[in-house]
Design a protein around this ligand. Structure first.
Ligand code: NAD
Length: 379
């Protein structure tokens, strides 16, 4: 059907033409579960050439290459160091387990190689600070892999908050989780202390935190009272209980700059269907995000805005939006665009530093059994 002249007004005029003749050479560090999604998304970019794979486990990268038909002339390396030292890559995806996120990312940035780093950013706040310092000192791009950022409903949530319709934000509740869902489908790297470092708190908690903190503009966290437990992972009923060394439930009460309270809870397993919806309460209106699968950006139903109009208590249902492309594909594409254009990182480390500071704070406060101050050094 012929386009109406009016259709021109519906188009997003910010989309730029891409020069696909200029190729980006990409390496994948860590060839486990999530690396497959990276390869599939990179393959949709005509200007990306995957040239190298690295994994600590001998033969794993080669087998991965065969299984996913990564390419014919791929170079294989025994760790991130050799891959970066080869000088073959303009950019890398760091798809390693959490415990090696920091060392791989810092090494790449120090060698001028751009990084798409899987979430969570790392394990501790100290590591996050070192990553941010390396990012600041480097000319390369560092983006953190939060694909829900590219979900249209998540973007709408941010637009609602940023529009000022809610007034002054003073209280937020967020979190989520699964009734039974300790992630061990492809091994135990998510549940062992040495590889994961943190459990549900970092794995899916980082998404819930990013959803609300990104919406309100990432204010600085000041104090936290945290809790974490491992009742399900350590239960003899759980097949890998002998390896379980992280949290399967965590909660925190966080005070943010601007006198905002953030009430958070996250579970890999619980005797409950959901620990609740996400709510952002403001002086003029509040918004509810029905309980979400926060890790993939999906919402459990339309966003609802509650406010008073002309003395009446009214609710506005925000129509759900469809994504034009898969959020994971957009995460990869936006990273490549930033690498090529030398532009700003789609998900900058300076924001996720606060996300990691809260995760670290909940963990430390839980271990100390009291509220603590969150101290973030200058970068
Ligand atoms: N964005 C998402 O939707 C999503 C989904 C799943 C996992 N993740 C994240 O991706 C990361 C990886 O998860 P996974 O399930 O693929 O883990 P995995 O354990 O299956 O794979 C990680 C691989 O990294 C390798 N590795 C570790 N350190 C290395 C190093 N220095 N050099 C080279 N290889 C190294 C390991 O040998 C392992 O094969 C985790 O941080 C996880 O939170 C993100």
């Amino acid at each position: 059907m012929a386009e109406s002249i009016l259709d021109a007004f519906k188009k997003d005029h910010t989309v730029k033409e891409r020069d696909f003749s200029k190729k980006v050479k990409v390496g994948i560090i860590g060839t486990g579960w999530i690396a497959e999604a990276h390869v599939k998304a990179y393959k949709k970019c005509p200007d990306v050439e995957i040239v190298a794979l690295a994994d600590l486990i001998p033969g794993k990268a080669e087998a991965f290459c065969d299984r996913y038909s990564v390419g014919d002339n791929i170079a294989f390396f025994p760790s991130h160091k050799e891959l970066i030292d080869s000088g073959m890559c303009d950019a890398v995806s760091v798809c390693t387990y959490n415990a090696t996120h920091a060392e791989c990312t810092i090494y790449a940035l120090n060698h001028g190689v751009s990084v798409l780093l899987e979430k969570p950013m790392c394990v501790t706040l100290d590591e996050a600070v070192e990553i941010c310092k390396a990012d600041k000192a480097s000319n390369a791009v560092l983006s953190i892999g939060f694909q829900p950022r590219f979900d249209e409903n998540m973007k709408m949530l941010k637009r609602i908050v940023q529009s000022g319709e809610l007034g002054r934000i003073y209280y937020i509740q967020t979190g989520g989780g699964r009734r039974r869902g300790i992630p061990t489908p492809f091994g135990t790297s998510f549940i062992e202390k040495e590889t994961a470092g943190i459990g549900a708190l970092g794995d899916i908690g980082c998404y819930s935190l990013d959803m609300v903190l990104n919406s309100i503009g990432y204010p600085k966290p000041l104090t936290v009272s945290g809790y974490k437990s491992d009742f399900f992972g350590k239960s003899p009923d759980f097949p890998h209980h002998d390896k379980f060394g992280v949290d399967d439930f965590a909660a925190g009460f966080i005070r943010l700059e601007g006198d905002i309270i953030l009430d958070f809870r996250i579970a890999w397993a619980m005797n409950l269907d959901t620990p609740g919806d996400t709510i952002i309460m403001g002086t003029k209106a509040s918004v509810r995000v029905p309980s979400t699968e926060c890790w993939n950006g999906s919402i459990g139903g339309p966003l609802v805005i509650y406010k008073e109009i002309a003395g009446e208590q009214v609710e506005t249902i925000v129509p759900e939006k469809e994504n034009e492309a898969d959020c994971f594909d957009i995460k990869i594409r936006s990273f490549i665009d930033a690498v090529k254009e030398g532009g700003a990182a789609p998900v900058p480390s300076s924001e996720i530093l606060y996300n990691q500071a809260i995760i670290d704070g909940i963990s430390r406060s839980a271990e100390l059994g009291r509220e603590i101050e969150i101290v973030i050094p200058e970068i």
